[in-house]
Structure formats: C-alpha cells, structure tokens
Design a protein around this ligand. Structure first.
Ligand SMILES: Nc1ncnc2c1ncn2[C@@H]1O[C@H](COP(=O)(O)OP(=O)(O)OP(=O)(O)O)[C@@H](O)[C@H]1O
Ligand SMILES: [Mg+2]
Length: 145
C-alpha cells in the first residue's frame, strides 16, 4: 500500500491513523534515508497518543520512553548501533514490555519485519513532500491505518 504525504498536515493525519490502532507489542519500523521524515512521523504518532510537549530525536539517547500515553511507546533511533546485539545491552526487550516500539533505522537493530506486529513504513522523498510504502505484518491486516 502506498500513502501520499505531500506536506506536514498529511503526515500528522497519517500519524493519527496509526495511533488509533496501535497496540502493545507492535513495531512501527520506519525506513528511509536522512531527512526522509522518520522522526516527523514518529512525533505525529506520539502526539496523537496524547503526548504534550517535546519529542526529542533519540539520535544520541537511542531510546526515549513515553509511559504516560493511551498506549505507552518506546521511540528508538538505532542509527548509531554498530551491531544488532547492542539492543540486548540496551535492555530493549524490557522497554518493549507493555509498549509499542517506533523504530527508526530498524535494520541496524536486526530488523523487525518478521514479527507479526510489525508495520513496515518506507518513506521516500517526492518533490517537496514524501510518500510511504506500507507493508503490514499479519497482525495489522485487519486494522490497516
Ligand atoms: N510529508 C512531508 N512533507 C514535507 N516535509 C516533510 C514531510 N515529512 C517531513 N518533512 C520535513 O523533512 C525534514 C526531515 O524530517 P525528519 O527529521 O523527520 O527526517 P528523518 O527521516 O528522521 O531524518 P534522520 O535520518 O536524519 O533522523 C524536516 O524538516 C521535516 O519537517
Ligand atoms: Mg530522525
């Protein structure tokens, strides 16, 4: 499925659609090069889940947690990982308990697309806007955003 995201307004509404159906155990895996819009979409989802205030990019912290939401979220940016095994040292599995994971650069963490709860979203630049190519895991087929 392809979703056109010509501007920040459509990005925000796409984030709301995902937030409405997001569940604990899910992964939203955001791929795309530098500046593709991964953090923008992550922020849109977190805001739609009720977060007020800043959503810092987890570029340096790798993980940021949002426990006070309708659906708790872990926002990750795995860009700086050198090996997927580093997720064990980070305690990722513990952070994921009861939470949904929004992952930028998921391949650096070994990838999540084998998980039935993974919604894979590849963002591409189209002119001034973006386009998303969405691949739902089995758990998402009945609740596509
Ligand atoms: N749908 C869109 N239309 C137009 N501009 C957008 C859209 N989505 C994001 N942008 C803009 O693109 C820029 C980069 O976005 P963002 O920081 O989310 O990218 P990123 O994929 O997280 O990059 P990085 O890999 O460097 O972390 C921002 O200035 C943002 O406002
Ligand atoms: Mg980013």
């Amino acid at each position: 499925m392809t979703v056109d995201l010509p501007d920040l307004v459509t990005m925000a509404s796409f984030g709301r659609r995902i937030a409405k159906v997001l569940q604990a155990g899910d992964v939203v895996a955001l791929t795309g090069g530098l500046g593709a819009g991964k953090t923008t979409l992550a922020r849109a989802i977190i805001a739609a889940l009720g977060h007020r205030g800043e959503v810092p990019s987890p570029t340096f912290t790798i993980l940021e947690t949002y426990d006070d939401l309708q659906q708790p979220v872990v926002h990750a940016d795995f860009y700086r990982l050198e090996r997927p095994e580093e997720t064990v040292e980070l305690g990722l599995d513990d952070y994921r308990s009861g939470a949904a994971l929004i992952a930028e650069w998921p391949d650096r963490a070994g990838g999540f697309s084998h998980e039935p709860g993974c919604l894979s979203i590849a963002l591409e630049t189209v002119g001034d806007g973006r386009r998303a190519i969405v691949e739902p895991g089995a758990d998402w087929l009945e609740r596509m955003p």
